[in-house]
Design a protein around this ligand. Sequence first.
Ligand code: ATP
Ligand code: MG
Length: 432
Amino acid sequence: MGYQKPKGTVDILPGEVEKWQYVEAVARSVFKKYDIHEMRTPMFEHIEVITRAVGDTTDIVTKEMYDFEDKGGRHITLRPENTAPLVRSYVENKLFGPEHQNPFKAFYIGPMFRYERPQAGRLRQFHQIGIEMIGSNNPTIDVEGILSALDFYKELGIEHTQLVINSLGTKECRMKYRQALIDYLEPKYDELSKDSQRRLHDNPLRVLDSKDEKDKVIVENAPSILDYLDEYSDKFFNDVKELLDAVGVEYIVDHRMVRGLDYYNHTVFEIMSNAPGFNGAITTICAGGRYDGLVKELGGPETHDSAFGYALGLERAIITMDAEGIEIPTKPVVDVYVVGLGEKTNKESLKLVQAARNSGFVAERDYLNRKAKAQFKSADKLNAKVVLTIGEDELENQVVRLKDMVNKTEETVTLEVIYTDFKGIVEKIINK
Ligand code: ATP
Ligand code: MG
């Protein structure tokens, strides 16, 4: 019996991988316009980088991390997210120095790991595209960040999106709010779900995020964090809203929206999709916010301790495209197919297929010494535009037959001629 991939992982096969490449290419082109540059950090980190940043009472840290001791006794985790690793790298490599972009703007694309119950759009190895902009507390950073995510979905053709924003204020505001929330929830303790009971004292804001139906009803009348914002936080949030208005972006404010990572403050946002294919279900496809304080927490300078970022799920972007009925061309496209008939033609077929590749064409051939009919069938399946046929007779006469697969015409050319100007001859047929 063969082996199976670990639970919650997928093999991205040819035919599917083209979608990934397309989505990644769109992301790269959008970020380029924002002058956001790629960064690649390791897939694993010292566990403290994550626990310190994400918070050790969060679900990610308490339940979802893949962590282990390596052979050198180091406590390692597969990264569950990329913000903390990227900030770790920012500090470690002193990317706040005068020779660097300020604010520093970086994006990443790659796998993240969380031990979760796998279901549609929820995996154990999943992939995120995200950005981090570090070093400015200008609210336009928040707005440009959000705009870059919206641009990405728009470029993909995803239309049914909803931007939801909220403010978590400063840490001080949040501590006051936290107490008010505990005071509100405590008398209702017995009615709360097990998870929420546990969270009530550890991380009460997470109760607002509960997916339990009964919890949702209880939370409906909970105090609003927006009533606990101090002057700076209140102004900051108003600035963000005004700036979003100024660029004509629609949003709704949901004072119950909190994020599952402790480093967020001030602006938090989510982009939701209600694509027709989701049949009324609403899914979060992108999430992020401001995280002033994290750079310092991870050892960086106070002068660059303001930041904003988000992460979006690649799998969910692809599912959403499907749910919007957007098609990505995944048809194989081969320019040139070489049909070699008889074992003696094997060497000349190699020369022809390489001549095609060296001339810039996508080229494929037969390797199994199959009959002409089977080879032409392969050429058709690959949507080949030109077929070069060489049989033993052609080889003896030092010629090759060139078939225009679109116009169904054929001509014979000497090998000498075709090797002199492969590119020109084949291009003429393709462009006919
Ligand atoms: P959720 O509430 O769905 O668990 P989250 O708050 O844990 O999401 P973040 O950590 O903010 O999500 O990650 C941002 C985005 O990454 C999500 O909106 C989603 O698109 C994607 N994502 C998160 N976890 C997974 C997963 N296990 N599998 C696939 N995509 C995921
Ligand atoms: Mg989660």
